[in-house]
Design a protein around this ligand. Structure first.
Ligand code: C5P
Length: 277
């Protein structure tokens, strides 16, 4: 009997993202506070003949893409562990694509966690993290899947204490933004480290240094941030290289009221009501 295995790929947000330096290898030295939500994409795997299907609300945005990160993750896993990883994959794409909340990185990490489970590999196996690292800067953080301070390209991780199920609203104005050009548009000014303190205090005292360059590429981000700020959140900020922005609230009622206000004003925008994982 073949069994289908399911793994969620939670959305990632950057509570703060400080760009400290341009590196000779084309990447940037970062300091970032990663956090994860209770909602995300879903990945299903059935051992057997190799197929790959994408379904869900954002499937169309990915359909033209040749080599999905899920399949690259499966190949990386097979090479690193000498274990076959063939099977039928179904990716339910619930999160907008190229939007600063993990996306392909979260899916790749979910594929690695799923295959590790199937093949009896420990989730903290350093070889699993090496595969993740080779797939992308955010994949190790997504593999860890819990709040962490990321340094280097974002791949050096230091787990942080549990943040609790803080209510979160995600808003995307329907603009896809590529990460590379946003980093390229950064002005090269080091504005300093994330201050010390509790994680939420650090987040509030921090910044997203990619916000200004992302806004030059996608000015609509400013409108999202203004609308979120007007709903009285604990914190409102762009995530990653954008264009998705998030807001944290004191309670679910405030978050839902904010979501309703934004949905009414901008019915075409994507809004997700969730909580920190
Ligand atoms: O690592 P990943 O392939 O996800 O990164 C995508 C692009 O984002 C890189 O090619 C690079 O242009 C940029 N990037 C960067 N510095 C980082 C992470 C990503 O410049 N720390």
């Amino acid at each position: 009997m073949t069994q289908t295995i399911v793994e969620t790929a939670p959305a990632k947000i950057n509570l703060a993202l400080h760009v400290r330096a341009r590196r000779a290898d084309g990447y940037h030295e970062l300091e970032t506070l990663f956090a994860f939500l209770q909602d995300g994409d879903e990945l299903r795997f059935t051992p057997g003949a190799p197929t790959f299907e994408i379904e869900g609300p954002f499937a169309a945005a990915l359909s033209g893409e040749g080599d999905n990160l899920v399949l690259r993750a499966a190949r990386g896993f097979a090479e690193a562990f000498g274990l076959a990883s063939e099977g039928a994959w179904v990716l339910e794409k619930n999160l907008p694509v190229a939007s600063g909340i993990g996306g392909g990185s979260a899916d790749a990490a979910a594929a690695l966690r799923l295959l590790a489970r199937v093949r009896g590999v420990a989730l903290d196996d350093p070889r699993l993290f090496a595969v993740a690292d080779a797939l992308g800067s955010d994949v190790p953080a997504c593999l860890l899947g819990r709040a962490a301070l990321g340094t280097g390209r974002g791949e050096k991780l230091e787990p942080l204490g549990d943040l609790g199920a803080i209510p979160v609203l995600l808003v995307n104005p329907g603009i896809a933004v590529s990460t590379g050009p946003v980093f390229k548009a950064w002005d090269g000014v080091d504005r300093g480290p994330i201050p010390a303190g509790t994680t939420i205090d650090r987040a509030r005292a921090g910044r997203n240094d990619l916000e200004a360059p992302a806004r030059t590429i996608a000015p609509g981000i400013g409108d999202v941030l203004d609308r979120l700020a007007a709903t009285g959140p604990v914190l409102a900020r762009m995530s990653g290289s954008g264009a998705t922005c998030f807001a944290l609230y004191e309670n679910d009622e405030q978050r839902s009221a904010a979501a309703n206000t934004i949905r009414t004003a901008q019915p075409g925008w994507w809004c997700l009501e969730s909580r920190l994982a």
